[in-house]
Write a protein of this length. Structure first.
Length: 170
């Protein structure tokens, strides 16, 4: 009994574990509420995950330049044709594909793109597709991908381009 009385006198309570863990920070700043870092992280985690999902394909590609810019709608499937990282010549290409919901994955070539596009079209026949091809890719390679997408039944196709360079015209 004496121990309990001493605990109550010092401000401890047996229900203390159920109280929220907000504390008033004292000092130069005055009475500012301090929220534990774990609680803050738990509250922000869903928003951060949603922000990461908004842009599915983050491949950095030097797109061809065009005066007319057309953007792909959110959720569009995307095919990326780019040079292998670290390669200076055009010997090896990388084909990447995303269905517009998941992160992009590397594919072997146009035939794999056909199979991936066929799955997407079977699920959603009206889903738009975008081709994100590096500026130096030969037209024949882009044409091979276009042909595979046509065979898979893609109805809407967007060729992504970059903005023209800023500066004075010569």
């Amino acid at each position: 009994m004496r121990r309990r009385r001493d605990l109550l006198r010092r401000g401890a309570d047996r229900d203390e574990g159920l109280k929220p863990s907000l504390r008033r920070a004292t000092g130069a700043g005055g009475g500012v509420l301090a929220v534990p870092l774990a609680t803050l992280a738990a509250l922000l985690a869903p928003f951060l995950l949603l922000a990461l999902v908004s842009e599915v394909d983050r491949s950095r590609v030097g797109l061809p330049v065009s005066l007319i810019r057309v953007t792909a709608p959110r959720g569009a499937a995307c095919v990326v044709i780019a040079r292998e990282a670290g390669e200076e010549r055009w010997g090896s290409l990388v084909y990447r594909f995303t269905d517009g919901r998941e992160a992009s994955r590397r594919l072997g070539g146009p035939t794999d793109i056909f199979l991936a596009a066929l799955r997407v079209v079977a699920e959603d026949p009206d889903r738009p597709f975008a081709i994100k091809a590096e500026a130096g890719v030969r037209y024949g390679l882009v044409d091979d991908v276009l042909e595979q997408l046509r065979k898979a039944g893609v109805r809407e196709l967007i060729l992504l381009t970059g903005p023209p360079p800023l500066g004075p015209k010569s």
